[in-house]
Structures are given as C-alpha cells and as structure tokens.
Design a binder for this molecule. Structure first.
Ligand SMILES: CC(=O)N[C@H]1[C@@H](OP(=O)(O)OP(=O)(O)OC[C@H]2O[C@@H](n3ccc(=O)[nH]c3=O)[C@H](O)[C@@H]2O)O[C@H](CO)[C@@H](O)[C@@H]1O[C@H](C)C(=O)N[C@@H](C)C(=O)N[C@H](CCC(=O)O)C(=O)O
Ligand SMILES: Nc1ncnc2c1ncn2[C@@H]1O[C@H](COP(=O)(O)OP(=O)(O)OP(=O)(O)O)[C@@H](O)[C@H]1O
Ligand SMILES: N[C@H](CCC[C@H](N)C(=O)O)C(=O)O
Ligand SMILES: [Mg+2]
Length: 494
C-alpha cells in the first residue's frame, strides 16, 4: 500500500486546521501503521481505538480519523502532533468511504445478501449463475473469495480496508461481477458503506448473534440497513416474503423506492415456489416467474435450497441479466461446500450429509428439509461453539430433539470455554435420550455405526470448516473427511 500516496481530501476527509497531508495507506490497527498512514481509531467493544493513537503517532501516522470521544481521549497526544486530525460523526462510515476511494476499483456489478441463514448459499449460487452466463464473477463471504479470483478472508464481511483491497484486486483480474455476504456485524459496523451495489437480497430471519445485538429488533435493524440505507433508490431488492420479518423488510424496501422482486411460497411472490418433489439425490422444483411456470431439476438436498436458488436468480436478474437465460442456468448449480453436502454413503445405502447449521433455526430447517429425502431415520451429530451466543445452545438441543430421531451431542469449537459445560447447556434442550460424546470424531463414528438402510446422518455445525478450536489451538478437523473415514472403517474398507 505504501508505494503510492493520496491527499487526505481525495479520500473524502477533512483535516483540522486545513491540514491535507499525503496519505500512504490506511490502518484500523495501530500495529499496522506505517509512516504516512491514516489510522482509524474506532470505538470498539473492548476499548476505544483512540487509546492506541499514541502508538500510531509513534509509528509515523500522517492522519488520525476518530470520533469526538476519541479526540477527547487522545487530546494530549494529538495536541503536539504533526498528524492531521479528522473527527467524524461516524468514523467507521468515513473509513469505508475512504477505503473505497483509496482502492478505487471494484467489480462493476455488485450485489449483497443478508439474512440469518442462506447468505453463503445465495452468494455462491449467484456467482455460479453469473459464471454459467459467461461473466467473470466472484462470491465473497464466510468461505473467503471464490470464483474467478480467490483469496482467504477472516470474516464473513471483511472490514472495509480488506474488502476494498480484495475488490480492487479482483477487478484488476478482470472480474466484473461480485456477490457478497452482508453480515449483521458488517452492516452495523458500516463495513460495506463504500461498495456500489446494484441489488440486495434478504433471505430469512431467526435467532442469532444476541451476544452482539441487544435484542431481536436491533438485530433486525442491522440487517435492514442494507435496504434502508445502503442501496440507492432504484436499486434492486430481492426479498423472501414468507415470514413476517420478510414482509417488514419488503415495506422498508418499498418505502425507499427500491425495485422489488419478491421470492417465496406466497401466492403473490414474483419468483414463486409452486411445488417440490424430493428424492435421494436432489429435487424437482416447479416455480413461476411473474406467473409463468417453469420446471427444473436441482441436484441439491433441502427444500430451502429452492428459496436460495430463486433468491440468487432474482439477484442476477435484478443486476441486469436476461430472465430466460438466467433460468436456463439453474439446473447446472452445484452443492455449496458444507451446505447439505453429501459426504459419504454406507454400503447399505445410508447417506451422510455435512451441513453448516449452527443456529437453532438453521438446525431445525436443515433437519426438517432432509426428512422428505430420507425413507428411514434421521440421526444428527452436532454441538455449539464456545465464546459465542449462549442462548442458542438449549434451543439447538430442542431443535435436534424435535426434528431428528437419534441425537448425538458433541463438541464444536469450544474455544476458551469448558467443553463439558457447553454440552450440558445443549443437552438441557436435547433431552435425556440424547447421547453425549465430547470427542467429535468418536461421535461421528458412533453415529455412522447406527445407520441402517434408508437412514441418513446429518453432521451439523462445521460445514466447510477444517479445524476444531480448543482453547487457542486449532486442531485439523473436517466433518466430511471424518464421515468418509468412519464409513470406510465400518464397512471394512480400511
Ligand atoms: C465484535 C466485532 O465485530 N468486533 C470488531 C470490532 O472490534 P472491537 O470493537 O471489539 O475492537 P476492540 O478490540 O474493542 O478494539 C478497538 C479498536 O482498537 C484497535 N486496536 C486494538 C489493539 C491495538 O493494539 N491497536 C489497535 O489499534 C482495533 O483494531 C479496533 O479498531 O472492530 C474491529 C475493527 O473493525 C473488527 O476487526 C472486530 O471484528 C472482530 C475481529 C470479529 O471477530 N468480528 C466477528 C464477530 C464478526 O464480525 N463476525 C461477522 C459475522 C459472522 C457470522 O455471520 O456468523 C463477520 O462478518 O465475520
Ligand atoms: N434459506 C434457508 N433457510 C433456512 N435454512 C437455511 C437456508 N439456507 C441455508 N440454510 C441453513 O443454514 C446453514 C448455513 O447456510 P449458509 O452458509 O448459506 O448461511 P449463512 O447465512 O451464510 O450463514 P453464516 O452467517 O454462518 O455465514 C446451511 O448449512 C443450512 O442448514
Ligand atoms: N461465523 C460463525 C460460525 C460458527 C460455526 C460453529 N462451528 C462455531 O464455531 O460456533 C461464528 O464464528 O460464530
Ligand atoms: Mg455465511
């Protein structure tokens, strides 16, 4: 970043006392500040970034962006400093704007998707459709950047500096289309403020992240930011109207003058699911677009995938592709890694699926949606993550008890917490018949062992993850791999 420089004013920022230094880079972490950098001292949940202004100045920061409180905290250090001070009402929003200007390029056609579940799936399907139509496209989110440009990401919605660096790199590689996940944290922290979006989608809403958002309404309000603030008037809004929150979002989008496409089973939905027929390898979907019926074969497990596929189709259409051509691509869509992914099949035909459901609503819907594909019993193996929303643990237990026939409770990234204590909270909801096995590999082996012809096992919670986080160590662990190993061992192939 340091091989070029840009005046502070060209980043949309105004320094105090008319100061307008050349900026050589952007940083949110004082430890990454290099001479001439702009340091954004953001109000944090643990500390105010302004506590680190003294270090940023020592490293040679050329400008400090913060809020009024930050300026007060660091008043003494700032008084004698050469660096320009920029005080913004909302420094996160100002940083997002500055990052967009600094990196300048982004794919021409960008869309974002929010909702409690389905963001990764919709973003991935959107990218797959674009690619099938011949566009150079990426999806960006929980699984990193995938498609015609690839990169790892630490967050679902990265902070603006990383986000715009990646978008600029992708654009430089010729990527013209990008679908990104908008997490509620990302929206709340203005991480996407500088992204030029052609359309946004809303999937659904259920319990999550109540460790971060004060309550349901605040969590919803964060998701609504995509429609009531980020998208420009006239941009597309693709909204699943099957639940009450979806209809609330629809109203918000309507009030903002967005161009609506409704999705769902509701009779008035523009992209409407008419019927689904399930079998062991996928489903036939009958749907309509503006009243015109279509039939498509989807090699995807789970009724909710139809909602995700139609939301993705809606986004691609809203972003400018021709509807008939878009619908033609749908039969080519492939399973998203770790989302109702077939991981292994036993000799007796019983199937093992790996899924990323790690929230009560997602677990319930994963299990419910598996049911019509399965003739026998559904067995589930799952746990709940440590250092994350505790309220969801018993609720996940209840979902498993209600929608699976055999329940194994195990560990899923206990992090700094006591694994047994997490399991106890899950077990409280899962009921006395649930079987508790801390070691995840053993739980998977035991569950695979119970599978009879026609049964299916759902290993939930880790999806595409490749590690088990215990304390601060990450041990290699891949549910799909463990499933294959267990099947091979039990069927006498190893
Ligand atoms: C809860 C949350 O979202 N926290 C974000 C927030 O950090 P914070 O407010 O807690 O930061 P803090 O520790 O209080 O520090 C305050 C400030 O001081 C700075 N600092 C800190 C130490 C230092 O030596 N120097 C320094 O400058 C920090 O960079 C920060 O800007 O602001 C930081 C800078 O923008 C983010 O990196 C950080 O994301 C953390 C890493 C995080 O893990 N976020 C997760 C929960 C997240 O965003 N997840 C979503 C959703 C995932 C999902 O859907 O499941 C995602 O999009 O990934
Ligand atoms: N439309 C949907 N409705 C209900 N459940 C869904 C839907 N789509 C996906 N799921 C479930 O949620 C899990 C996560 O899906 P996905 O990764 O697409 O969602 P996400 O919103 O990106 O989640 P995260 O916030 O964890 O990144 C899936 O494994 C599946 O069980
Ligand atoms: N993005 C989510 C993923 C959780 C996945 C689950 N395996 C866990 O560790 O809880 C989080 O970090 O809360
Ligand atoms: Mg995701």
């Amino acid at each position: 970043m340091t091989d070029r420089a840009m005046r502070l004013s060209l980043l949309g920022l105004r320094g105090d006392k008319g100061r307008d230094p050349e900026i050589t880079g952007l940083a949110v972490d004082s430890r990454q500040v290099r001479p001439g950098c702009l340091f954004a001292a953001l109000p944090g949940s643990a500390v105010h970034g302004a506590e680190f202004i003294q270090y940023a100045l020592r490293q040679g920061a050329g400008a400090i962006l913060t809020d009024r409180k930050g300026a007060e905290i660091a008043a003494a250090e700032l008084a004698g400093a050469d660096a320009a001070l920029v005080v913004a009402e909302d420094p996160r929003a100002a940083l997002a704007g500055a990052a967009a200007l600094w990196f300048a390029a982004q794919p021409e056609t960008m869309v974002a998707v929010t909702g409690t579940s389905g963001k990764t799936s919709v973003a991935t399907f959107t990218r797959q459709i674009w690619q099938a139509l011949g566009h150079k496209a990426i999806s960006l989110g929980t699984m990193g950047v995938q498609g015609d440009y690839q990169a790892k990401l630490a967050h679902t919605t990265p902070e603006p500096i990383t986000l715009h660096r990646v978008l600029a790199e992708a654009a430089a590689e010729g990527v013209t289309h990008a679908a990104m996940e908008a997490s509620s944290h990302g929206l709340d922290q203005h991480r996407l403020d500088g992204v030029r979006l052609k359309a946004g989608a809303f999937t659904n809403f259920s319990q999550d992240h109540l460790d971060y958002h004060k309550d349901f309404d605040e969590y919803f309000a964060a998701k609504a930011l995509l429609f009531d603030r980020l998208l420009d008037e006239g941009a597309g809004a693709v909204i699943n109207i099957d639940d009450a929150r979806g209809r609330q979002m629809e109203q918000i989008a309507r009030d903002r003058g967005l161009k609506l496409t409704t999705v769902g089973r509701a009779e008035r939905a523009d992209l409407r699911i008419l019927n689904q027929r399930y079998d062991a390898t996928g489903q036939d979907l009958r749907f309509s677009l503006y009243g015109q019926a279509h039939l498509v074969r989807l090699a995807l497990i789970g009724g909710f995938q139809a909602e995700n596929v139609l939301a993705a189709a809606g986004l691609v259409i809203a972003a400018g592709d021709e509807p008939a051509r878009v619908l033609d691509t749908l039969s080519s869509l492939t399973t998203v890694r770790g989302r109702m992914e077939l991981a292994a099949v036993r000799e007796n035909g019983a199937a093992v699926f790996v899924d990323y459901s790690h929230k009560p609503g997602a677990l319930a819907s994963a299990l419910q949606s598996l049911r019509p594909h399965v003739m026998g019993r559904i067995v589930v193996v799952f746990g709940a993550g440590g250092d994350r929303d505790r309220l969801k643990r018993p609720l996940m237990g209840e979902a498993a008890r209600q929608f699976a026939d055999v329940v194994y409770v195990t560990d899923d990234n206990p992090r700094s917490e006591d694994p047994a204590a997490i399991r106890a909270e899950v077990m409280a909801g899962a009921g006395p018949e649930a079987i508790e096995i801390g070691d995840r590999a053993e739980a998977i082996l035991r569950a695979v062992d119970t599978l009879q012809p026609g049964d299916a096992l759902l290993i939930a919670g880790k999806g595409h993850e490749t590690g088990q986080i215990i304390g601060s160590d990450v041990y290699p662990f891949d549910d799909a791999e463990q499933a294959s190993v267990a099947v091979a061992a039990l069927d006498g192939r190893i």
